[in-house]
Design a protein around this ligand. Structure first.
Ligand code: 5GP
Length: 142
């Protein structure tokens, strides 16, 4: 059984353009944007546009497509920030700690041993914008 989708969740609002986000990639099925409370520099979120709360609610087709974009954005992050190693995280369900009820994949260029606290502290938005510009530049060339 699929989880009820709340169309007022924050990522649905970002998708509708009702609240701003620092975007790095968008196509007709997915959006990638910077996390507002990064657990490391370059923390990016990739979401399918389909209305799904958890991975279990997502169609296999959307899951397959989204993971390809996750891979593409991961490559761009590594190249743009000249780092190696990305923590890919996906929390499915409140009991797993999911705080925004629209499925998303976290891409965090860091080590699992060095992550900052989850969704805890606002990042410097100017710094995040500058990082996003670097990632966007690489993505345009992929
Ligand atoms: P979750 O706990 O659902 O796996 O992760 C939600 C993520 O969304 C957190 O890392 C949190 O920092 C981020 N987040 C929460 N609200 C916003 C927002 O309004 N804009 C952006 N860009 N990220 C957000």
């Amino acid at each position: 059984m699929s989880t009820h989708y709340d169309t007022q969740n924050i990522f649905a609002k970002i998708l509708r353009g009702e609240i701003p986000a620092i975007k790095v990639y968008e196509d007709d099925r997915t959006l990638a944007f910077m996390d507002i409370m990064p657990q490391a520099k370059g923390h990016t979120l990739v979401i399918p546009k389909a209305e799904a709360v958890t991975l279990l609610d997502l169609s296999a087709d959307d899951a397959a497509y989204t993971i390809q974009i996750v891979q593409k954005v991961a490559k761009a992050i590594e190249k743009a920030l000249d780092t190696s190693g990305i923590v890919l995280m996906q929390l499915s369900g409140e009991s797993a700690g999911q705080t925004v009820p629209h499925i998303h994949f976290h891409l965090i260029p860091s080590s699992i041993h060095e992550l900052r606290k989850h969704a805890a502290e606002m990042g410097n938005q100017e710094e995040i914008k500058a990082t996003a510009e670097k990632i966007k530049l690489v993505l345009e060339q992929l």
